[in-house]
Ligand binder design. Structure first.
Ligand SMILES: [Zn+2]
Length: 358
């Protein structure tokens, strides 16, 4: 699977929280050649199962459940932010509310599109001193309410309609003189990048020692609502969340995080929703060192991830996280590094193939 092409494909899918169907179908199609089993739960979470490889000394074929191998759940959310139509003005302009943490200042003049292909741009009321969502509208070019209502209904959701592009040419020398695979700008790197990392990890897996559930969760952006039922359903002893993390590599960053774009897979210590199990953090670091996978430390005093729901499942789960550092998170133009996505994928796969003793 090509990392950039897969990211671009997933970014072209419509998938705001609660409407993840298109992303789910595409991920299921991409995962199918490498999966033992694929199912969707009632919430809409996509669960891609890869059973533990039979032990070489096993005298008979193991059960489909992998002869009691420990269960490992990976989680990357596939939903995105959106803007939901609440009112259609006489003029044909659409008032909307936020689905997830959409910041008004990030969406001024943003191109958007609805599931049916209707496109628009985000405008502001003239008297708005500072952007506020309830003083903004989507202009789909309709001349009046009647025309707008033929195209869009109340409750329809718009998503960012910005392109997914490479920023730096592949192969160009990076800061350390090594070939840099380049950085990409795109909407919804949070968290299609995590979905790509999980797909690449699934593709890489040869001899997992865990029964692995690669879960592509729904409704993370509206409060991590998908991960909890997914954890309940897969009942893991071990969990790894793969999501984007905020970076600390821009002039205005205030050290709320520790990650840098291009610094490798970022091994989570905590975010505002979860404190990872120290054994998991240590194991991930040790594996990254052993396999020479570039890594860094992810401490984020802000934000939240599906890791919180996995960590608290049942009587507790050994949970860690592997993050993809992302600049301008939740804007229509997020930036990350292709090499970081690939490092995250390598680390997920390497963990699944390593026995842990806790
Ligand atoms: Zn996210």
């Amino acid at each position: 699977m090509d990392t950039f092409e897969t990211l671009k494909t997933l970014n072209s899918c419509f998938g705001p929280s609660g409407c993840e169907d298109e992303v789910r179908e595409k991920i299921a199609e991409l995962a199918a050649p490498f999966a033992d089993e694929i199912r969707t739960d009632t919430m809409g979470n996509l669960i891609v199962v890869k059973h533990a490889a039979p032990h070489p000394s096993a005298s008979r074929t193991p059960s489909p459940q992998g002869e009691g191998a420990p269960r490992l759940m990976f989680a990357a959310h596939m939903d995105s932010l959106g803007m939901i139509v609440t009112f259609i003005e006489e003029s044909g302009l659409l008032r909307f509310g936020a689905v997830g943490y959409v910041l008004a200042q990030n969406i001024v003049a943003c191109p958007v599109r609805f599931k049916n292909g209707v496109c628009g741009t985000v405008g502001m009321d003239e008297d708005s001193k500072k952007p506020e969502i309830d003083k903004m509208f989507i202009d789909i070019g309709a001349k009046d309410r009647e025309e707008a209502e033929r195209l869009v209904k109340k409750g329809d959701i718009a998503i960012y309609d910005t392109p997914c592009r490479m920023l730096a040419a592949p192969g160009k020398a990076g800061a350390k003189g090594k070939a840099d695979k380049g950085r990409v700008v795109s909407p919804y790197i949070d968290n299609r990048a995590g979905c790509v990392a999980q797909l690449l990890a699934l593709e890489k897996l040869r001899k997992p020692v865990f029964d692995c559930s690669f879960v592509f969760t729904v409704q993370e952006e509206v409060g991590r609502r998908g991960a909890k039922p997914a954890a309940f359903g897969t009942d893991p002893q071990y969990g790894i969340v793969c999501d984007c993390t905020l970076t600390d590599d821009l002039p205005w960053t205030k050290h709320v995080g520790t990650s840098k774009v291009g610094g490798g897979a970022s091994i989570k210590v905590m975010d505002k929703s979860v404190i990872c199990h120290p054994e998991m953090t240590a194991a991930l670091k040790a594996i990254a060192e052993k396999k020479k996978i570039p890594f860094q430390t992810d401490v984020l005093t802000w934000g939240g991830t599906d890791g919180s729901e996995i960590r608290k499942n049942a009587s507790g789960v050994f949970t860690g996280g592997v993050s993809v550092p992302c600049r301008y998170v939740h804007t229509p133009q997020e930036v990350c590094s292709i090499a970081d996505i690939e490092a995250a994928a390598s680390l997920l796969a390497a963990f699944a193939e390593t026995k842990v003793n806790f």
